[in-house]
Design a protein. Structure first.
Length: 183
């Protein structure tokens, strides 16, 4: 873990000196320097004191980099295509277990010629247009602002039944890391 670099980055961002941390925690400057340079691993109680002095939750200091806030600027979104209709997929953000995408469905376009299944759970929010969705024996039509969800291990299909472009926000949760295209 890279706790020391995290401590240093927070301290510098908040314009706190090592001396101020030492005054509040009772730790020596030499020890704090070793902590910030990842040359020593402080105990949980020492980390708790440092976190309090930095005014951050202890848990934040223990997060790995990939567990911290992830952001994607609109102009930096990964854009791919999916399915036989080559649906435009804008990847908004992803964690180890959750992905969010904006999917554009041209009139008549669908997620495939036939329903398909995969690991995970999905939540859909219709942003624009009119959508038909089916899963197994269940089927319904949805308009702007409507949402639906399902366990994706049952074959499912989403199709634009309107005359204009439909846009759907899709969130996919899986218990394993993403290795495939889910829509």
């Amino acid at each position: 873990m890279d706790i020391g670099s995290t401590v240093r980055a927070i301290r510098k961002r908040k314009n706190i000196t090592i001396n101020q941390i030492c005054e509040e925690t009772g730790l020596s400057q030499g020890f704090m320097s070793q902590v910030e340079n990842n040359k020593t691993s402080p105990s949980i109680s020492t980390l708790e004191s440092i976190a309090k002095a930095l005014k951050v939750p202890l848990a934040y200091l223990l997060l790995r980099k990939e567990e911290r806030m992830n952001f994607v600027r609109q102009e930096d979104r990964l854009i791919t295509t999916s399915g036989t209709d080559k649906l435009k997929v804008e990847h908004l953000s992803a964690t180890k277990s959750v992905r969010m995408m904006l999917v554009e469905f041209p009139p008549g376009a669908s997620t495939g010629e036939a329903p398909h299944a995969h690991e995970g759970e999905e939540v859909h929010l219709v942003i624009k247009g009119k959508i038909y969705a089916e899963q197994g024996e269940d089927a319904a039509e949805f308009g702007e602002g409507d949402s639906f969800s399902w366990n994706a291990c049952t074959p499912h299909l989403v199709k634009n039944i309107g005359e204009d472009l439909a846009i759907v926000l899709i969130s996919v949760y899986t218990e394993t890391e993403h290795k495939q295209n889910f829509i």
